[in-house]
Design a protein around this ligand. Structure first.
Ligand code: ZN
Length: 65
């Protein structure tokens, strides 16, 4: 089988491959393997850019008096 790291996600009630991220909503893991097997298990070559909330302004200086 190609997807060796298939886990159950109790939140979405789906099997998912932790390597390539494919999911299957089959009832058992054997059926999930069957569904995922035609697909290649490769990590999507997409660089996930970190969503940083802009540049924070840290120049605020409070004067206590
Ligand atoms: Zn996979």
């Amino acid at each position: 089988m190609k997807h060796v790291n298939v886990r159950w996600n109790p939140v979405t009630q789906q099997w998912f491959c932790i390597k390539c991220g494919r999911t299957s909503d089959q009832a058992n893991v054997d059926a999930a393997f069957e569904q995922l097997d035609p697909y290649e298990c490769h990590v999507p070559a997409v660089e996930a850019p970190r969503a940083e909330p802009g540049t924070e302004t840290v120049g605020l200086m409070k004067k206590p008096y």
